[in-house]
Ligand binder design. Structure first.
Ligand code: UN1
Length: 497
């Protein structure tokens, strides 16, 4: 089979990296399979992409927003037609099961429809002036060239969260996908090209974060940076962006709790904990890695969770019967294994899993067993640090107040959830859980694209993706005063009756 070579998109042309260097994209379910060869780009490639985006901005910002939106709409319709093909590509490069990669492409489709509609809104405000015969209003202005750095866990959905709103607002883009999953972002960008996005408006540059990412975040002509990834890298992105006063949106780590009270529907809570703990092999920012269970149901819940986790079907995500795929790469599997050791040493009780699968079908992939720790204490590292793997910590609590205190006792605050049938408990949790998202009687994963997505504390820097939050990020306000009095009117000084 001939190996496919994929290129960067710069100024409307598919091109090799300047250096001619490349890297291979491997299937995490079987690393003997090469998905394709991609460009290992560097600073020079980013500079050309930013130049192209800068040139394209002059026309794109003046293209009426409803026209821009029509291109997004066409791209979205093409994504719908290509959904199955792109989901299969994604499972091969990322590992998660087909049902989930179909969901990932669907999330891009939902995002496309939402922001295509925004082309005929992008509302500003009109408001009275304090002076007679004077008019005041606000309009949204695009920022210019926007840089985007995206992760491997939602390799099409997250690029779509950034590209679609940026484009409808009139910005031009340079996007760098994660090195582990460049194909899905390439598929999305190709779709935009097929839908008629003008040259230079979207540019794709693949390669390592240390070179391509750094070149984007430090480039003086990039006016906004949107990053999703680890807290450690996010801090560096924020620092680099601050130097040239870029808009900067950071979506980072999580240590998301599910609280299960004695009065919960336990069957429902169990399904939710399994889905949020082991879906995507625990590799969502929103994954539930802490389950905080009230003492009355703790033993029963833990027993049932361990039983179900132990029977999850783990394998190649292309097999429709598989429930959990591999982790993305060696580093992630090693992190899971390392935290298993940490948890053991800290005195938590490992009740199932804890190792890589070594059988013939799985030893060529990064498969880690669904792992459950019981008797976890809130100060332990496995209760505090993001693992990003199929490792779930179960902790006991006395009552709602205790549960909320434990839930909030981490540096992160992305998602959170409570299972209870008591409306008073539910409302107190909605108020007191210090996180960007709280679910009631549903797990920590499953955000919908038209609502704000993001978190508190070390999870984010105050911005939200999804829905209007993204429009806020990718525009800035222009305030307009129109004086039709034909005389000098001084605000604050002239005070007509
Ligand atoms: C992420 O984990 O980075 O809410 C994104 C969810 C998905 C998005 C997750 N819709 O789990």
């Amino acid at each position: 089979m001939s190996r496919k070579i994929y290129q960067n998109l710069i100024d409307g042309e598919w091109v090799d990296s300047e250096s001619g260097n490349t890297f291979e994209n491997l299937n995490p379910a079987d690393t003997r399979e090469v998905i394709g060869t991609f460009q290992r780009s560097g600073r020079g490639d980013v500079e050309r992409a930013v130049e192209a985006a800068k040139r394209a901005f002059h026309r794109w910002r003046l293209t009426p927003a409803p026209r821009r939106a029509e291109i997004l709409l066409r791209a979205t319709q093409l994504l719908e037609a290509r959904k199955e093909e792109y989901a299969r590509d994604m499972t091969r490069e990322m590992g998660k099961v087909l049902q989930e990669t179909r969901g990932d492409v669907q999330e891009a489709i939902d995002t496309g429809y939402y922001f295509a509609g925004e082309g005929r809104r992008l509302f500003g405000a009109t408001t009275p002036s304090e002076l007679p015969n004077k008019f005041a209003m606000t309009v949204r202005a695009p920022l210019g060239v926007c840089g985007m750095i995206t992760p491997w866990n939602f390799p099409m959905a997250i690029p779509s969260w950034k590209l679609f709103p940026a484009l409808v607002c009139g910005n031009t883009c340079v996007i760098k996908p994660a090195e582990d999953t460049p194909l899905s972002c390439t598929n999305l960008v190709r779709t935009l090209v097929d839908a008629g996005v003008p040259r230079g408006v979207v540019n794709l540059v693949t390669g390592p974060g240390s070179e391509v990412g750094t070149a984007i975040t430090s480039h003086p002509d990039v006016r906004a940076v949107s990053f999703t990834g680890s807290t450690e890298v996010g801090r560096k992105v924020g620092e680099a962006a601050a130097g040239s006063f870029k808009h900067c949106s950071l979506e980072m780590g999580g240590k998301n709790p599910i609280i299960i009270l004695d009065d919960a529907n336990l069957d429902l809570a169990l399904d939710g904990a399994l889905w949020a703990g082991f879906g995507t092999s625990g590799q969502r920012c929103t994954a539930a890695s802490r389950i905080i269970v009230q003492k009355g149901v703790y033993a029963e819940f833990l027993g049932r969770l361990v039983e179900r986790a132990g029977t999850l079907r783990v394998g190649n995500g292309l097999d429709e019967s598989t429930e959990m795929g591999p982790q993305i790469n060696r580093q992630q599997v090693e992190t899971s294994a390392r935290y298993v050791e940490v948890g053991r040493k800290e005195g938590a009780k490992m009740l199932c899993g804890g190792e890589r699968f070594g059988d013939d079908a799985r030893r060529h992939g990064w498969f880690f067993q669904p792992t459950v720790f019981g008797e976890v204490e809130r100060g332990m590292r496995i209760a505090q640090e993001e693992i990003f793997g199929p490792v779930v910590s179960v902790m006991a609590c006395n009552d709602l107040d205790d549960a909320v205190a434990i839930a909030n006792d981490v540096v992160y605050g992305l998602s959170s959830s409570i299972y209870t049938r008591d409306v008073n408990h539910a409302f107190r949790a909605m108020r007191d859980l210090h996180a960007g998202i709280t679910y009631v009687n549903a797990p920590t994963i499953g955000a919908e694209v038209h609502l704000p997505f993001g978190g508190t504390k070390a999870t984010g820097n105050g911005h939200r993706e999804g829905g209007m939050g993204a429009i806020e990020f990718y525009t800035e306000w222009k305030t307009l005063y129109i004086d039709y009095s034909d005389r000098l009117q001084r605000a604050q000084i002239d005070r007509p009756e």
